[in-house]
Design a protein around this ligand. Sequence first.
Ligand SMILES: O=C1O[C@H](COP(=O)(O)O)[C@@H](O)[C@H](O)[C@H]1O
Length: 241
Amino acid sequence: MIQIEKDPAKLSEVAAALFVQSAKEAIDAKGKFNVALTGGSSPKGLYQLLAGEQYKSQVEWDKVFVFWGDERWVSLDDEQSNAGMTYETLLNHVPIPASNVFPMWTAGITPEARAEEYTIYLKKVLGEAGVFDLILLGMGDDGHCASLFPGTEVLKEEKKWVEGYFLKSKDIHRITLTAPLINKAKKIVFFVFGENKADALFEVLEGERNPTQYPSQMIQPSEGEVQWLVDETAASKLRKI
Ligand SMILES: O=C1O[C@H](COP(=O)(O)O)[C@@H](O)[C@H](O)[C@H]1O
């Protein structure tokens, strides 16, 4: 399903309502809500809304377990840190226990070793089935999502849940959930804002199947659903809407 709006702020409102609803449903069903958050610029409006008076009190934060879809291998105080941004905009402002939050980056370990450690945390919280209640994803102007970048080896991964690797094109290490894990989720929400995403979004949604070049095409949950929240500029090249 795709929802297109002129104003990205409207899409942040939609996502905030959806986050609250998903949390309620999961907590009613099993006593906790397991979510993977995204970094980049697109989710900032959502995080600020969730931290604000209207939504904050609607979530039982002590029952929320927060992971990330990916991370740039930089410390939390680095401006590139996805987790750092999420703390600043959301997590520092809501009553979530620190022990419920699992940033990907940590000091004194390689991203490859951290991927194995992160998998252990995921298995403890999600169980062997590995089903997230909700995963938020952004999409880059090259069609990447999480740190599933065009042409990278991680796209071939079929078993591992998390991978750390050096991303040559950006000269930085990354750590990411893999497509097989993401595709187990009950619900996946993509945020795609900005004219620079228009070509990639067309290729991902309406182009030939080529996930090696447009990795967001790999996101096809086996049982869950994908919702695309797209602003008008990013949607400007789509034909089938
Ligand atoms: O590198 C990344 O970029 C994507 C997209 O970011 P945006 O600023 O265009 O919204 C993001 O989803 C991902 O988490 C991040 O590591």
